[in-house]
Design a binder for this molecule. Structure first.
Ligand SMILES: *Cc1c(COP(=O)(O)O)cnc(C)c1O
Length: 422
């Protein structure tokens, strides 16, 4: 199977007249169609809400598009809470699913009315100490421990993960919160990342639904919402079959009807916190080939580096690459495509078969719309790129400017000696 780009060589040649490479480019049309599909897939649940995981793509212009489809935000930190507030999200539209949380972030989340999703049993007393009285709505994060496997062999190891409450702790947690006057309850779990199977949410839903029935029996706490969190994956590789969100929604509906409805819990709201699935395929990193190197292997040096997209360097993650304008050329050259960092892991592709690359060619690195730009950093003094939006009408809008040296030096502004840099 081939993977298509949402931008052509001709469009890139136009864009670079205003904004030089490298840049992340996002596809408004793709974002909108997907957000609509998510909404429809869960329309059977009247209280459904997707809380977009801000950390995936913390850009206000993009989050505002999702807002039009009824999405809220899922925040992991102070700045993400601040961004959500600035974008006009109301309290109930903001989920605060953080861990190892600094005290001031709990206080701020409570102030703006966000739903606090506690990561640990000890955080119950910690939060009470900080804010006195619990908010009316509270959520707790579950970790089932052990190994969690799906029918197609995908698995992860919650027993090794730092997140969440054990089963005994979470049951006790709801009991305490109820005693302390909390009125609305939620449960959350995130067990496997980037699942490319329609099975993950339905399987997780069954685990959580059955647990909620047990919690109700043991504590009298009736769950108001069940948060399936993130983890719905995307097809980074051409041979993978993309997830079908309608099949996923229908799969969750089926277990909802099998487990919750007979237990008299047919009014529970389903929440999700997808990041990757909402944005991943609708962003790409456009970069230009600036060097070629023929030593023990063949290298193509591009003007982007791991500071613009870290996933290949840290996880060996696969990102498909298209050479713009050579979409139909034979992939008969084997290259390592590399960035400039003084780290040998700074490779966007290793031993990748691609069309012959000439200096000046534009390379489109696919699926950078989530956990792409946002994982960027400044090692080697490299600056973060611009983010651009390819709009539905074909025009392009800058939605974040590229960093400049002044930004890089900005934190020296308190030192007179270096004021010329700032
Ligand atoms: C990272 C994260 C998400 C989003 O995960 P994706 O894999 O991008 O869908 C959602 N919720 C929490 C708590 C997270 O940490």
């Amino acid at each position: 199977m081939s993977k298509k780009t949402f931008v052509t060589k001709e469009q890139i040649q136009e864009i670079v007249k205003s904004w030089p490479t490298p840049f992340h480019l996002y596809d408004e049309k793709g974002i909108r169609e997907n957000a609509q599909a998510v909404k429809e897939a869960f329309a059977w649940n009247p209280g459904f809400r997707e809380y977009f995981a801000v950390k995936a793509t913390p850009n206000p212009f993009l989050i505002n598009i999702l807002k039009e489809y009824g999405c809220g935000t899922d925040c992991s930190s102070m700045t993400e809470l601040m961004l959500s507030k600035a974008l006009g999200f109301s309290g109930e539209e903001i989920m605060f699913s953080s861990n190892d949380t600094p005290p001031e972030e709990f206080v701020y989340a409570n102030e703006i009315g966000a739903t606090i999703n506690l990561d640990d049993f000890t955080h119950i007393a910690y939060l009470e100490n900080l804010i006195g009285e619990f908010p009316k709505t509270m959520s707790l994060r579950f970790n089932p421990g052990g190994v969690y496997s799906l029918s197609n062999g995908i698995m992860d190891n919650p027993g090794d993960s730092k997140y969440g409450f054990t089963k005994e702790q979470i049951i006790e947690g709801y009991r305490i919160l109820k005693e302390k006057g909390v009125e609305r309850f939620g449960i959350h779990a995130f067990l496997v990342s980037n699942t490319v199977t329609n099975d993950y949410y339905p399987t997780l839903a069954k685990t959580l639904f059955e647990l909620c029935v047990e919690i109700k029996e043991k504590t009298g706490v009736q769950m108001n919402f069940i948060n399936l969190s993130g983890g719905v994956g995307i097809a980074y590789r051409p041979e993978e079959t993309p997830n079908d969100i309608r099949a996923i929604g229908a799969g969750v509906e089926k277990v909802y009807n099998e487990v919750l409805v007979p237990a008299g819990m047919g009014d529970v709201d389903i929440y999700t916190e997808m990041g990757r699935f909402m944005m991943g395929p609708y962003g790409c990193l456009v970069t230009q080939a600036i060097h070629e190197k023929h030593i023990y292997k063949e290298y193509i040096g591009v003007d982007a580096c791991a500071a613009n997209l870290m996933r290949p360097a840290i996880y060996g993650a696969y990102h498909h690459i298209t050479v713009a304008g050579k979409e139909n050329a034979p992939c008969d050259h084997k290259y390592d495509v590399v960035g400039s960092l003084c780290e040998n892991c700074d490779k966007f592709a290793v031993d990748r078969m691609l069309p012959e690359i000439e200096m000046g060619d534009y390379l489109i690195i696919h699926d950078t719309g989530a956990h792409g730009f946002s994982m960027g950093y400044n090692y080697n003094g490299r600056l973060r790129s611009a983010e651009l939006l390819l709009k539905e009408d074909g025009s392009v809008e800058m939605i974040r400017r590229a960093e400049t040296a002044k930004d890089y030096f900005a934190t020296f502004d308190c030192f007179d000696l270096y004021k010329d840099l700032v």
